[in-house]
Design a protein. Structure first.
Length: 397
């Protein structure tokens, strides 16, 4: 909730409240503190846990998680802190420990399962008691550090100082790093430090490397952080007591509201069923574009914001084969011209034409005889008799 300041509050408060104001400081805000971010390690992946969200730190090019972080170590708890999990620590778990000690001397107030009054005589704080066997201790040691990114000493994106727990396997390396640069005149909070994972080890082991001395402006900011209450909480705050959430019982004498009688629901008239529609092949629907989880810029680079809840991206539709155009054929090497089809077996894209009927066979033409010589014209008279009579008539004329 954000407090909205009205414009009518531009004038100062009445001077009558001056004396009372000094007595009432912190009445409304007492006991309320903001949570700080925690640098978690899962496998060999850095992630910032802040406000119930996990932000894995990725490389600037987006190709996998970061192997290192560039920080300024603001302050360290001089005492080793301790945590004990009854069933062993589960990597990546956010469950609180069953017993813990911020100062390594006595258990924190309100731990669920306190194992002893003092850590020195606790049976869980002895060697060869590790869960599952081994030479280690069931109650693990670590050192609490308050860090900020070297590129952003204020770290407003994650609320200022971040808690980093140096595991037991890296405590010796951290002490050697501190001693080396302290002899050179550089306290650990006066230089930028790269913290990476040892590539020769399967488990997360820290490697400390000095980057550069801090400038005067950066040194001033670091000194302010070292004196702040935020850093003091990060390096020494005890584990919050575990108290289950209880629901308050209703006030006995308070009249309980009676629900108003509800009329019986009437069945809605059912519309006549529509006539059966003709079967239509549904068109191909392309799945919507899936937007990747948003990323936020931080002093450590880009941090992926984990979506809540996590939803699986819909599977992409299989790519459709390109349509074949006339005269082209698709192969594993691309498009090639379609082969020429013989006329007796036309291809699918060629129009089928009926064959013409066979031509009728004409009889062979015989040669015409040569024309005969013209006969002398004979005048036929009125005689219509035999040849002898005709000849006789000609002689007598």
């Amino acid at each position: 909730m954000n407090a909205v300041v009205n414009q009518t509050f531009n004038a100062p408060a009445s001077s009558i409240f001056n004396e009372e104001r000094a007595k009432s400081q912190g009445e409304l805000s007492g006991g309320i503190t903001g949570g700080y971010a925690i640098m978690r390690i899962k496998g060999k992946v850095w992630a910032i846990h802040h406000r119930a969200q996990e932000h894995p730190l990725m490389r600037d090019d987006g190709d996998g998680p970061r192997n290192s972080i560039d920080v300024v170590i603001l302050k360290a708890n001089p005492l080793l802190s301790k945590t004990w999990y009854e069933n062993g620590f589960e990597e990546g778990s956010t469950n609180p420990p069953d017993c813990a000690s911020a100062n390594g001397v006595v258990p924190d107030q309100g731990v669920p399962k306190k194992q002893a009054e003092a850590c020195a005589g606790c049976p869980r704080n002895q060697w060869n008691t590790a869960v599952g066997g081994g030479r280690g201790k069931a109650c693990g040691d670590h050192r609490r550090l308050a860090i900020v990114p070297l590129a952003d000493l204020k770290n407003e994106a994650f609320g200022g100082p971040i808690l980093l727990r140096v595991p037991a396997t890296s405590l010796t390396d951290a002490a050697a790093y501190d001693a080396k640069y302290d002899r050179m005149g550089y306290p650990y909070y006066a230089i930028g430090t790269k913290i990476a994972f040892d590539t020769k080890e399967a488990y997360p082991k820290f490697v400390f490397e000095a980057l550069r001395p801090l400038t005067d402006a950066e040194a001033q900011q670091v000194l302010e952080w070292r004196k702040s209450s935020e850093v003091a909480r990060v390096i020494s705050e005890e584990v919050a007591p575990f108290t289950p959430v209880q629901t308050a019982a209703p006030f006995v004498n308070a009249p309980q509201p009676q629900p108003a009688p509800q009329p019986a629901p009437q069945p809605a008239p059912q519309p006549a069923p529509p006539p059966p529609a003709a079967h239509v092949t549904p068109p191909h629907v392309t799945p919507p574009h899936v937007t990747p989880p948003p990323v936020v810029p931080t002093g450590f680079g880009w941090a992926a914001s984990a979506p809540s809840p996590v939803q699986a991206a819909p599977a992409q539709a299989p790519a459709q084969a390109p349509a074949q155009s006339p005269g082209r054929q698709m192969t594993g090497f691309g498009a090639i011209p379609a082969p020429v089809t013989p006329a007796s077996n036309p291809g699918p894209m060629e129009t089928q034409r009926p064959a013409p009927p066979p031509a009728q066979q004409q009889p062979p033409q015989q040669a015409a005889p040569p024309p005969a010589a013209a006969a002398p014209e004979v005048t036929i008279t009125k005689f219509d008799a035999s040849l002898d009579e005709r000849l006789a008539s000609l002689i007598n004329e």
